[in-house]
Design a protein around this ligand. Structure first.
Ligand code: SPD
Length: 362
């Protein structure tokens, strides 16, 4: 039997399909990086449903963005990676008329982010943080002594020290553009140097401690630290604080601390941006504007323990967070933070090669 549909019905079906498309937003964000109720609140406020996927590596996001047709409407690259993605035409300029909550953002932090994206044309700050060291206070004291002061990258980069911690589990981020510069900085080299000899020296240091590293991974360390399955992790500030929050919740007696090592650390900004081929740019703008609401951003910071770039949210952020120097570093610690620079393709290839050798030990 053949069915014929009238023009009116076909138009209705097409309109429904367009409505369904208009009413779905596809977000791709870092794992463990949003409050439990943010998406639900967005849907309640706008009627737009959200599909939400996560990653834990800038390289993974970049591969998807450069390939195109990702199907995502909002993504959250870190500013240095974002800079070269903008140059590759990956993101659309924001329509600031649709972002009235931009007025909530901290002008000094936005100016900082504008070093990677002049006039903040393509992106706004989601959260920012540092790359330092999380550790299990009891397990480390047991192995290095109660009086050992944990304040240096030597915890993971000095073979004498890290070898004593290997049995309780040491992890590093699977993030070559962060681990090699951190090692270079420890050696007294410029962490943003692209001199191949400096990069090789950083990789050699990492190779020398490789036997004491249990794994390289960029999200597993949260639960492992929280459960006491590992005792030291090079990690991102808020993630380490989340590990402590999970241990508190489990009441398992694990105490986790986070340090920005005295030699300095990377400060980074994660940015909300809209892919140039986003299926639903209107919903993307609505989402970015929604997140920039002072209360919504404060809720996220209060849940994920990351600093944000939203000045209006600060009075709504828990004091436990605003007063913690691991999340909001002191002026003294800030002077020691460095900002990543975007690498050229040749430097990137070298870093990738060196990293493979570090991880495989070959
Ligand atoms: N769990 C959220 C982690 C966010 C980390 N952002 C990446 C920073 C890269 N320098």
């Amino acid at each position: 039997m053949k069915y014929r549909i009238s023009l009116a019905v076909a138009t209705l079906i097409a309109a429904n399909a367009a409505y369904a498309q208009d009413n779905v937003l596809h977000v791709y964000n870092w794992s463990d990086y949003i409050a439990e109720d943010t998406l639900e609140k967005f849907t309640d406020a706008t009627g737009i449903e959200v599909t939400y996927d996560v990653y834990d590596s800038n390289e993974v996001l970049e591969a998807k963005m450069l390939a195109g047709h990702s199907g995502y409407d909002v993504v959250v690259p870190t500013s240095d990676f974002m800079q070269r993605q903008i140059a590759a035409g990956v993101y659309m300029p924001l329509d600031k008329s649709k972002l009235p909550n931009l007025a909530n953002m901290d002008p000094a932090l936005m100016a900082n982010a504008a070093r990677y994206d002049p006039d903040n044309e393509h992106a706004v700050i989601y959260m920012w943080g540092t790359t330092g060291i999380g550790y299990n206070v009891g397990a480390v004291a047991e192995r290095l002594g109660e009086d050992y002061e944990v304040d240096s990258w030597s915890l993971v980069f000095d073979p004498e020290v890290v070898s004593k911690l290997a049995d309780c589990g040491v992890s590093m981020l699977d993030a070559p553009s962060e681990m090699i510069p951190a090692a270079m900085n420890y050696l007294g080299l410029d962490p943003v140097s692209t001199d191949p000899d400096d990069l090789k020296a950083g990789a050699e240091l990492l190779e020398s401690v490789r036997p004491y590293i249990r794994y390289f991974h960029s999200s597993q360390y949260i639960s492992d630290l929280a459960n006491g399955d590992t005792c030291v992790a090079v990690g991102w500030s808020g993630d380490v604080f989340q590990a402590q929050a999970r241990a508190d919740e489990a009441e398992n007696g694990v105490e986790i601390a986070y340090i920005i090592p005295k030699e300095g650390a990377l400060q980074w900004f994660d940015m909300m941006a809209i892919p140039a081929d986003a299926p639903n740019p209107d919903a993307a703008h609505a989402f970015i504007n929604f997140v920039m609401d002072a209360q919504i951003t404060a809720d996220i910071t209060n849940y994920v323990w990351y600093a944000n770039g939203n000045a209006a949210s600060m009075p709504l952020v828990d004091e436990e967070i605003t007063s913690d120097p691991g999340i909001f570093p002191s002026e003294e610690a800030k002077a020691n933070l460095w900002a990543a620079k975007v690498n050229d393709a040749r430097t990137d290839r070298l870093i990738t090669r060196l990293w493979t050798a570090v991880k495989t030990g070959q």
